[in-house]
Design a protein around this ligand. Structure first.
Ligand SMILES: C[S@@+](CC[C@H](N)C(=O)[O-])C[C@H]1O[C@@H](n2cnc3c(N)ncnc32)[C@H](O)[C@@H]1O
Length: 210
């Protein structure tokens, strides 16, 4: 194994994932849902803590792995999380409650994100996680940048989609969607951006106000 692969594995295994997130991860695996990796979860937790998050939006709840990690970093924050799948939301609701998060802290909105996001207020959130269908990732990021307050963060896991974005021979739909996002971001004066290799990529964006 190459040194960098060893370092990647070390960073993932360095994380001591909380029990509730491990349980949610098992449910995700059973249902074929790609939860954020432990290293990405830990990074999201740090971001939530660093921005002093009070209000978080999540696009793509899944079984709650990423939501649990963000609330770990910002235990007093409210989480608004959108997903199309009622079954996932039912499970995530139970998981959040078991982890000690009261129902008043977590608002789960069922529906397509592109129908829900336009109803949400500009500059009202500290952190937006974009983790739903890759085909709409660019539109979600545009909404995310509208929703976050100055100094807030938009985070996009899977931005290196299964290690394939970096491989020029790969051109399938999700690869093209994330490449389009990355090239748009690279050329944009409207964001300060960093791309981490944790998990299968974590893009982090802060609006510059330009
Ligand atoms: C990668 S999973 C999210 C995993 C979750 N963030 C975690 O780490 O535990 C993507 C989720 O997006 C949801 N989804 C797919 N298309 C959607 C859409 N158009 N609007 C809202 N949610 C969608 C799926 O049902 C799925 O639960």
């Amino acid at each position: 194994m190459a040194d960098r692969d060893l370092s990647w594995k070390f960073a993932e295994e360095f994380v001591d994932e909380p029990e509730a997130a491990q349980t949610a991860r098992r449910s995700s695996l059973e249902h074929g849902v790609e939860a954020v990796s432990p290293a990405v979860g830990a990074q999201l937790s740090v971001l939530a803590a660093a921005v002093g998050a009070q209000s978080i939006v999540e696009i793509g709840t899944g079984f709650g792995v990423s939501g649990l990690w963000m609330l770990r970093g910002a235990p007093g924050a409210s989480l608004t999380s959108i997903d199309t799948e009622a079954e996932y939301h039912e499970s995530a609701r139970a998981t959040f409650a078991e982890a000690g998060h009261p129902a008043t802290q977590v608002r789960l909105i069922g529906g397509r994100a592109l129908d829900v996001l336009p109803r949400m207020n500009d500059r009202a959130y500290d952190l937006v996680l974009v983790d739903a269908d890759p085909a709409n990732v660019l539109a979600y990021v545009e909404h995310g940048l509208r929703l976050v307050r100055p100094g807030g963060v938009v985070a996009v896991p899977h931005a290196l989609w299964r290690g394939r974005v970096a491989d020029p021979a790969q051109r399938d739909g999700a690869v093209a969607d994330y490449r389009a996002l990355l090239s748009t971001v690279a050329e944009s004066p409207a964001v300060t951006a960093a791309l981490s290799t944790a998990g299968d990529g974590l893009l982090q964006l802060v609006p510059t106000g330009v």
